[in-house]
Design a binder for this molecule. Structure first.
Ligand SMILES: CC(C)=CCC/C(C)=C/CC/C(C)=C/CC/C(C)=C/CC/C(C)=C/CC/C(C)=C/CC/C(C)=C/COP(=O)(O)OP(=O)(O)O
Ligand code: 1GP
Ligand code: MG
Length: 238
C-alpha cells in the first residue's frame, strides 16, 4: 500500500482490538501473516526490555507486507524508527522513579524534536497495575491503586492533561474489570485502552464491555489460535 493512502486509515477512535508485537520476541512468517490478516484494527510494536533499532526495523519491514495500520510504542530513544503510521508515547502516570517523570522525554525531544510530525503522535497516559511486570519494575510504579484513585488518574489523563489515550496496563496478568469500568465512567474524551493477560475470547469480550480498545500481547506467542479468537470476540460486540 502506498504511503499516501496509509495517512487516511489511522483513526484510533474506531479501534476496538489491537495486537501488540514485541520486537524482542520471535514470530514466524506464517504466524505473522495470521496476526496481520486477522481483522485486528492495528498492530502496536512495543515492549519494555531489549527493544532495539535493529529488531524494531526488522519487525516493521515484515509487517509492511500487509495493509494493517502499524504504530510504534516508543520505549527508548535509540529504538525510534521512521516509517510507522503513528507513534505512541507512554507517559507512566504512577511512576515513582523521577527519571520517568520527564527526564527521558526531554532526552527524546532533544534528539528528535525538530523532526517529529505531531499529528502522528499520541501520548498515552499509562497506569501500570502489575507489580511484577518489567514496566512496573523499570519505572518503579506504585501499582496498588484503589478504585477511587483509578478514577482520579482517569480524570488526570482525560480532563487535566487532555491525553488521547488512558491505558490501563496489567501486562502479563488479567486485570480487574471493575477498575476499567470505574475509569470509563469518568472519562469524557480519552480513549480507554486495556492491556494485560487476555488469553481467551471470553476475557477479551469481558474487558471490551468497558474498554474502548483491548490490547492483546503475550498470548500471540503462547497460543496463536486463542489469540486470533479474541478478534472476533470483540468485533461481534455492540
Ligand atoms: C521518526 C520520528 C522522529 C518519530 C518521532 C517519535 C516520537 C514521537 C518521539 C518522541 C520523543 C520522545 C518524547 C521520546 C521519549 C521516549 C521515551 C524514552 C519514552 C519513555 C517511555 C517509557 C515510560 C518507557 C518505559 C516502558 C514502557 C512504558 C513501555 C511501554 C510498552 C509496554 C508496557 C510494553 C509491555 O512491556 P512488558 O510486557 O511489561 O515487558 P516485556 O516487553 O519485557 O515483556
Ligand atoms: O502481553 P499482555 O499481557 O497481553 O499485555 C498486553 C499489553 O498491554 C502489554 O503492554
Ligand atoms: Mg511483554
Amino acid at each position: 500500500m502506498k504511503a499516501w493512502r496509509r495517512i487516511h486509515i489511522l483513526n484510533i477512535q474506531t479501534w476496538k482490538h489491537v495486537f501488540k508485537l514485541d520486537p524482542d520476541k520471535l514470530i514466524g512468517d506464517e504466524e505473522l501473516e495470521m496476526v496481520c490478516e486477522s481483522g485486528t484494527d492495528a498492530i502496536i510494536v512495543g515492549g519494555t526490555t531489549n527493544v532495539t533499532f535493529d529488531n524494531t526495523i526488522d519487525l516493521l519491514s515484515r509487517i509492511r507486507r500487509y495493509a494493517v495500520p502499524c504504530a510504534l510504542e516508543v520505549s527508548n530513544v535509540e529504538a525510534i524508527v521512521p516509517g510507522f503510521d503513528a507513534y505512541f508515547v507512554p507517559l507512566v502516570l504512577n511512576a515513582q522513579n523521577p527519571e520517568w517523570i520527564f527526564n527521558a522525554y526531554i532526552e527524546g525531544l532533544k534528539e528528535h524534536g525538530p523532526f517529529i510530525k505531531w499529528d502522528e503522535v499520541f501520548v498515552e497516559g499509562y497506569i501500570v497495575c502489575n507489580p511484577d511486570s518489567a514496566v512496573a519494575r523499570l519505572t518503579e510504579s506504585r501499582t496498588n491503586i484503589a478504585q477511587e484513585e483509578m478514577k482520579a488518574y482517569a480524570r488526570l489523563a482525560d480532563q487535566m492533561l487532555k491525553l488521547p489515550i488512558f491505558y490501563i496496563e496489567y501486562s502479563g496478568i488479567y486485570g480487574d474489570v471493575e477498575q476499567v469500568r470505574a475509569a470509563q465512567k469518568v472519562v469524557q474524551n480519552s480513549r480507554i485502552f486495556y492491556g494485560g493477560g487476555i488469553r481467551s475470547a471470553e476475557q477479551a469480550a469481558e474487558m471490551a464491555q468497558w474498554a474502548d480498545t483491548i490490547i492483546v500481547g503475550n498470548i500471540i506467542y503462547e497460543n496463536l489460535e486463542q489469540a486470533l479468537l479474541t478478534v472476533q470476540a470483540v468485533k461481534k460486540q455492540k
